[in-house]
Ligand binder design. Structure first.
Ligand code: MG
Length: 388
């Protein structure tokens, strides 16, 4: 029997975080919880800590420190607070794998620390690779760290590649559900609300990624993520709309053969595989039944209506710090849409304007990414103010 893998779970109270704990709960002989972190939800963090008794917990929002500290006073758990503590706690000697389920740009710095400390990475936070894919993948290589994807599409590709690592990929095909607005035109999208956009047909996820799915930015971010995870050229990455979300993505090899990974939409499968690789562990997750899905359909994405996907391809083609700008502008735009300060289609306008008017850096270092992110956010916010 192998020793248990000790997991640091960054973002334990979110959708991926709680599902990760569900996986760990079912395999206590395989996995243990070493660290839990949350940004604001201290009640759930406390409850999780009392169940799993990790070595340490971090509450991102420092205002909640004393509440967490007091609630855990009777158990041997170290309690820290603040963003710096999140980035530092991943370096703890006893951690084997760091699972990053933080939202957006906030995942970058803790992931850099974890890689430098030689920890394996299970990556749910795609924005880390969108913002600084070149730097992160080079750093991982340098420190002998593997990055195991949790994003369902990338997990599908990873699963298709098992046993094929020496066979070149001709291309990959990322599937997209199309979200709640599939088939709608620009006139319709003009007036869609936050509530409509938050209703995803197949996946139950956090707010940020659900809006990204509705706007197709999620697929754009995933194209960039795939480039770095699998070392592909832009022309090797295709997107096809598959509204049933059963085929999670596909790989085409040089002999023309295509492999796909299928299953019901359940994030616990990619989470578990990222933690258990190369093993597959028994699960009681609901099984896919073909008779319930007599039709699996595929169609081309509509890049004219859903401009965000095209903007992401453009940013990836530009390279350098352009994807970092794209991500920062998108985070501000999504936030503004969720706060009803911005219409659905205006998100793309804001992102495009920020991309066009930001300074280009061809070979950014970590400091350049941090500065690019800060400036792009500021620029997008000012743009937002001037239009409101
Ligand atoms: Mg995905």
């Amino acid at each position: 029997m192998t020793a248990t893998k000790r997991v640091a779970l960054l973002g334990s109270t979110g959708s991926i975080g709680t599902q990760t704990l569900d996986v760990i709960r079912q395999h206590p002989e395989k996995f243990g919880v070493e660290v839990l972190t949350a940004q604001n939800n201290c009640d759930l963090l406390i409850q999780q800590a009392l169940e799993f008794i990790p070595n340490a917990v971090v509450i991102g929002n420092e205002a909640n420190y004393s509440k967490v500290k007091e609630a855990l006073a009777s158990v041997p758990i170290k309690v820290f607070a603040g963003q710096k503590a999140i980035a530092q706690v991943v370096e703890m000697e006893t951690i084997d794998v760091v699972l990053t389920a933080l939202v957006g740009y906030s995942g970058l710095i803790p992931t850099v620390h974890a890689i430098r400390a030689g920890k394996q990475i299970a990556l749910a936070n795609k924005e880390t690779l969108v913002v600084a894919g070149e730097l992160i993948t080079a750093l991982a290589k340098q420190h002998g760290v593997n990055i195991y994807p949790i994003d369902s599409e990338h997990s599908a590709i990873f699963q298709c590649l098992v046993g094929e690592f020496h066979n070149p990929i001709e291309k990959i095909i990322l599937t997209a559900s199309g979200g709640p607005f599939l088939g709608k035109d620009r006139a319709y999208l003009e007036s869609v609300t936050r509530e409509q956009a938050l209703k995803h047909p197949n996946w139950d996820m956090g707010a940020k990624i659900t809006i990204d799915s509705a706007s197709m930015m999620n697929k754009g971010l995933e194209v960039i993520e795939a480039k770095w995870l699998f070392g592909l050229k832009i022309e090797q990455i295709e997107v096809v709309v598959h509204p049933q979300s059963i085929v999670h993505s596909l790989v085409q090899f040089e002999d023309g053969s295509i492999k796909a990974q299928l299953g019901l939409p359940d994030m616990r499968i990619p989470i578990q595989f990222a933690l258990s690789y190369p093993e597959r562990l028994k699960s009681n997750f609901e099984r896919f039944n073909f008779t319930n899905y007599p039709q699996l359909t595929f169609e081309q994405p509509d890049l004219k209506t859903f401009r965000n996907l095209q903007l992401a391809y453009d940013a990836l083609a530009a390279g350098g710090n352009a994807p970092c700008v794209l991500n920062a502008a998108n985070e501000i735009a999504v936030d503004a849409f969720l706060n009803k300060q911005l219409g659905f289609l205006e998100m793309s306008d804001l992102i495009e304007e920020t991309l066009t008017r930001s300074d280009f850096i061809a070979r950014p270092q970590l400091e350049d990414y941090i500065e690019t992110d800060r400036k792009a956010r500021e620029f997008t916010k000012n743009l937002l103010k001037s239009t409101n």
